[in-house]
Ligand binder design. Structure first.
Ligand SMILES: [Zn+2]
Length: 198
């Protein structure tokens, strides 16, 4: 499921961010001129551009690029999709797994495309709830399936590192559409992904 890391940085944005992060380091009481920090502003500038590249990606283009007609109506599940995002309240990472299922209505897409849609929306400043529904909405619009289920289980560093004493807590969010709004279908999906979600 892994795909190539794209390293594209805009010089103007990079240099602006470098200035910014240099100042931030100073404000935090650091000395940006000391050896270990010399290249840090540049590294953060590039890392942040990479981690927010989802703003420049289009989930529908990705799903539609491998969309084809298929007369199956079985549940298709992609589980344990690795997910790394950044919480928009603290700009600290949250990470975990996404489990996605859909029941086709004449159209399917490549399984790797489903995983890429997770990247498109997770590589932005996010809240886990919105990430969950954005993934569902994109699949709905592209494939018009009979049902969609999205479950995300994630740990939030803003909770874990800031002494809220929830170091082991995992936040679970879910969104269901169509067939998955029926108890029976939803239960089957939850059983198949092995989630503790009720
Ligand atoms: Zn947060």
């Amino acid at each position: 499921m892994a795909y190539k890391k794209v390293e594209q940085y805009e010089d103007k944005i990079t240099s602006g961010l470098i200035e910014n992060y240099r100042e931030s380091l100073e404000l935090l009481g650091e000395n940006p001129a000391r050896e270990g920090l010399l290249k840090t502003p540049e590294r953060i500038a590039k890392a942040m551009q990479f981690l927010t590249q989802g703003y420049h990606m289009n989930a529908l283009d990705i799903l539609n690029s491998a969309r084809f007609h298929e007369d199956i109506s079985e549940m298709i599940i992609v589980k344990d999709i690795e997910l790394y995002s950044i919480c928009e309240h603290h700009m600290l990472p949250f990470f975990g797994k996404a489990h996605i299922a859909y029941i086709p209505n004449g159209w399917i897409t490549g399984l790797s495309k489903i995983a890429r849609v997770v990247d498109v929306y997770s590589r932005r400043l996010q809240v886990q709830e919105r990430l969950t529904t954005q993934i569902l909405d994109a699949i709905k619009e592209s494939l018009n399936p009979l049902g969609i289920a999205v479950v995300i289980e994630a740990s939030h560093l803003c909770m874990m590192m800031r002494g809220v004493q929830k170091q082991n807590s995992v936040t679970t969010t879910s969104a269901f559409f169509g067939e998955f709004e029926k108890n029976e279908t939803r239960s089957e999906f939850i059983r198949l992904i092995g989630s503790k979600l009720h």
